[in-house]
Every structure is written in structure tokens, then in C-alpha cells.
Design a protein around this ligand. Structure first.
Ligand SMILES: Cc1cc2nc3c(=O)[nH]c(=O)nc-3n(C[C@H](O)[C@H](O)[C@H](O)COP(=O)(O)O)c2cc1C
Length: 230
């Protein structure tokens, strides 16, 4: 021991998987991905067409590769296709959302005005798949997670990316509060609802709000040596 630090045996280490991309391909692939992701939009009008199960399994497999605080992997993805359960989830969400939309939250209402959303959530029964994402906290079978929200947020980003690349549309839905999800889906108390990813194909007449994204010049800040601008 030195300076109070505990001298632990070094954990076994392995080489990372080989992942070499030639520089031209790297540039093309990264640009292609940015362009592809720019086409992702939150959709709220879903067609009833079923979603191939392997697309959902692959998306969850992609999400489950996410980095996580102390490698605790504090996520659970509950895939709901049962119409009866979807109806109960819709009822739970609409009850919470109705209270919220009828409540006194002027600032929130103003922020949502441009999206045209209200307490009605027909997409929860129209879409073929609901993916309820839970944060896993300490419980009988689970150790304490670290940075659970950050870890699950990164995993959901990867889930959405995979679903989008499979040609599926999604709505990230966060009815507030979401405790009803754990009750309906019979999850243990250690699992806290994080969000609901409504998944399916867009209805042919689906419309999305005409909103923009901030330009790169606003969201990207470089600090190069010598203070040069890009
Ligand atoms: C954490 C999170 C929570 C969200 N919650 C809701 C929601 O409860 N209801 C809804 O209609 N949209 C919800 N959205 C979707 C946003 O409104 C949408 O992502 C945003 O308006 C940008 O639109 P875009 O996804 O089409 O780019 C949520 C998005 C995120 C990331």
C-alpha cells in the first residue's frame, strides 16, 4: 500500500476487438451516418403493420453494448406486443398526461405548443411494439449502479439508432410520472421506468412538426491549440 491506496491485483486484460477502418472509409461512414440520422424524426402516427421481431432483438442487442458506469449495465428492455397490455399502458399514460396537460405548468405548455401534442395517446395502442426501458437500481439480484441515468440514456440512443437504421419509426415517450409502467409490466421495485419507445412503421399520412435542429456552428465548440477557429 502507498499513500493510503489499496494495492489490488490487476484484473485480467484482453486486447480490444480489431476494428480498423481506413481513413477514407472512416470519413465516408461517419458522414453517411450523420446524414442517415438527420432523417430520424419522432413519429406519432403509426401504421398497424407488424415489426419483424429480429429488428427489435437486434436493436436491444445494440443498446446492450452501451458503455455504463462501472459496467453495471443498469438497463432492462421490456418489449410489449400484447394488445391487452398496450391498452392498459395507454390508459395509464393518458391518466397521467391528462392530469399534466390540465395542470398549471405554463412554462411546459409553452415548450410543447410547437409540437401539437395533448393528453391523448392513441399511438400506444396503434403501434405494434412498445419498448419500456427501465433503469435497474440496487435490489436482491442487482448491485448498486453508477450513473444509471447517463448509462441508460446512452443505451436508448443506440436503440433508437438501430431501429431507425432498420427503417422503423419511434416516439420516445415519457409520461410523467411513469410508475404505472412498473405495475402493469410486473417489474420489481428495483427497476425504475426510464422511457417508453413506441415503435413501428409510420402511417402513410403521418405528419411531424416542422421544427429545425440547431446548426453545428452552435452546438460544436472546438478548443484547438493556439485558439484557432475551425
Ligand atoms: C427524453 C425525451 C422525452 C420525450 N418525451 C416525449 C413525450 O412524452 N411525448 C412526445 O410526444 N414526445 C416526446 N419526446 C420527443 C421530442 O418531442 C422530440 O424528440 C423533439 O421534439 C425533436 O423532434 P425529433 O425527434 O423529430 O427530432 C421526447 C424526447 C426525448 C428525448
Amino acid at each position: 500500500m502507498t499513500d493510503g491506496a489499496v494495492d489490488r491485483p490487476r484484473p485480467r486484460r484482453v486486447r480490444p476487438p480489431v476494428h480498423v477502418v481506413d481513413p477514407d472509409a472512416a470519413s465516408r461512414r461517419s458522414r453517411d451516418l450523420a446524414e442517415e440520422l438527420a432523417l430520424r424524426r419522432t413519429v406519432r402516427d403509426f401504421a398497424p403493420d407488424p415489426v419483424p421481431e429480429d429488428l427489435v432483438v437486434n436493436a436491444v442487442a445494440a443498446a446492450a453494448t452501451a458503455p455504463s458506469g462501472a459496467n453495471r449495465q443498469p438497463w432492462r428492455f421490456v418489449v410489449v406486443t400484447d394488445p391487452e397490455l398496450k391498452a392498459r399502458i395507454r390508459e395509464g399514460a393518458e391518466t397521467e398526461e391528462r392530469t399534466f396537460y390540465e395542470g398549471d405548468h405554463a412554462e411546459w405548455h409553452e415548450a410543447l405548443a410547437g409540437l401539437g401534442t395533448d393528453w391523448r395517446k392513441p399511438m400506444l395502442t396503434a403501434a405494434p411494439v412498445l419498448i419500456a426501458v427501465f433503469e435497474v437500481h440496487a435490489g436482491d439480484a442487482e448491485p448498486k449502479p453508477y450513473y444509471a441515468k447517463e448509462s441508460v440514456g446512452i443505451a436508448v440512443g443506440m436503440l433508437l439508432t438501430s431501429l431507425h437504421l432498420s427503417g422503423l419509426a419511434t416516439l420516445t415517450h415519457t409520461p410523467s410520472p411513469m410508475r404505472f409502467l412498473g405495475r402493469i409490466l410486473d417489474r420489481p421495485a428495483s427497476e425504475r421506468p426510464f422511457c417508453l419507445v413506441v415503435t413501428g412503421y409510420p402511417r402513410p399520412d403521418a405528419l411531424v412538426p416542422d421544427i429545425g435542429r440547431k446548426p453545428l456552428t452552435e452546438v460544436l465548440v472546438w478548443r484547438r491549440p493556439g485558439g484557432r477557429s475551425p
